[in-house]
Design a protein around this ligand. Structure first.
Ligand SMILES: *[C@@H]1O[C@H](CO)[C@@H](O)[C@H](O)[C@H]1NC(C)=O
Ligand SMILES: *[C@@H]1O[C@H](CO)[C@@H](O)[C@H](O)[C@H]1NC(C)=O
Ligand SMILES: *[C@@H]1O[C@H](CO)[C@@H](O)[C@H](O)[C@H]1NC(C)=O
Length: 287
């Protein structure tokens, strides 16, 4: 049919400068998502679907995914991470296409002992190649409240944002011969699992099951992205995320990104010379 479908499930969208504010409270889990990991009692659907909890205990991990696939858009979720002793847990919120040679855009929240800081790890896979981890501390306690984590994805760049502040940008460097996620539609996923073989201080700190169940809480199930089906024209659709002003960061966003990089970054694959004897080519490009 050749028609790109712009799926905006926000009931009312009000444009505030660069963003779209959705009254997401009105969108329930079931409208866009299904449970995929863990039995039903490990994914608790509350408030008629406005709030969802993922539960990790010794019986099971848990997860959910979007019913549809999307190609470009703005994906956002409000998450309150596992409180208190969360060491060894990994809460993931990400997009991925199907194998082989898949594309993937990741937020992974690595838990910690009570009072110790979470790490937010981001990664980008393009055409099956990942190994692009960056890690930051957050400037707030992500277990105390809901904060929003979003990915703006268009043909020119991917912006990872925390409460609308960019924490990472991955540019389309096709001109350098580098793969970029631009043709494979992705589903949205979230999961809560045991990553204690690697997550907390390189696997030194194990998950303490006496503190289970571990619970992460989600709100805002709106999806503001181009829903993909055969023949969709998402790459040229006129979704707001495709507009010219989202093809590069503006100066305010650029300085916010630099603030995060200078004050909160704890690991950057670009500077890991032990892992990469030659700097990955995209690293020498300006954001
Ligand atoms: C995300 O958080 C920021 C700061 O708290 C807020 O201004 C913005 O409206 C939130 N966006 C969404 C989609 O909830
Ligand atoms: C946990 O806390 C320790 C000590 O403050 C810190 O070194 C580490 O980066 C924190 N995060 C993770 C995920 O290990
Ligand atoms: C696990 O937590 C329990 C209860 O807080 C505590 O007594 C125990 O020492 C912890 N185990 C480890 C290995 O830290």
């Amino acid at each position: 049919m050749g028609v790109g479908i712009l799926l905006t499930v926000c009931i009312v969208g009000v444009v505030f400068g660069i963003g779209v504010q959705c009254f997401a409270q009105s969108v329930t889990f079931d409208q866009s998502y299904v449970i995929t990991g863990g039995t039903n009692d490990h994914v608790k659907i509350l408030d008629g679907g406005l709030t969802v909890q993922l539960v990790l205990d010794q019986a099971s991990a848990s997860g959910f995914e979007s019913k549809n696939k999307y190609l470009f858009g703005h994906i956002s979720m409000n998450i309150k991470l596992v409180p208190d002793d969360s060491a060894g847990t990994v809460t993931a919120f990400y997009m991925s296409s199907d194998s082989p040679n898949h594309d993937e855009l990741d937020f992974e929240f690595l838990g910690n002992s009570s009072g110790q800081p979470y790490i937010l790890q981001t990664n980008v896979f393009a055409n099956g190649i990942g190994d692009r981890e960056q890690r930051i501390y957050l400037w707030f306690d992500p277990t105390a409240n809901f904060y929003n984590y979003s990915i703006l994805w268009n043909p020119e760049q991917v912006i990872f944002q925390v409460d609308d502040i960019p924490v990472r940008v991955f540019k389309n460097n096709a001109a350098l011969g580098l793969a970029y996620p631009s043709s494979q539609a992705m589903r949205i996923y979230s999961s809560l699992w045991n990553g204690d073989s690697w997550a907390t201080r390189g696997g030194l700190q194990k998950l303490n099951w006496t503190h289970a169940p571990f619970i992460a809480t989600y709100e805002d199930f709106s999806v503001d992205a181009c829903q993909w089906s055969d023949g969709s024209v998402c790459a040229t659709s006129n979704g707001w995320w495709n507009q010219l002003n989202f093809h590069a960061l503006d100066s305010k966003s650029q300085s916010q990104l630099e603030w995060v990089q200078q004050n909160y970054m704890v690991y950057d694959y670009c500077t890991d010379t032990k892992r990469f004897s030659t700097t990955p080519p995209e690293c020498s490009q300006k954001n």
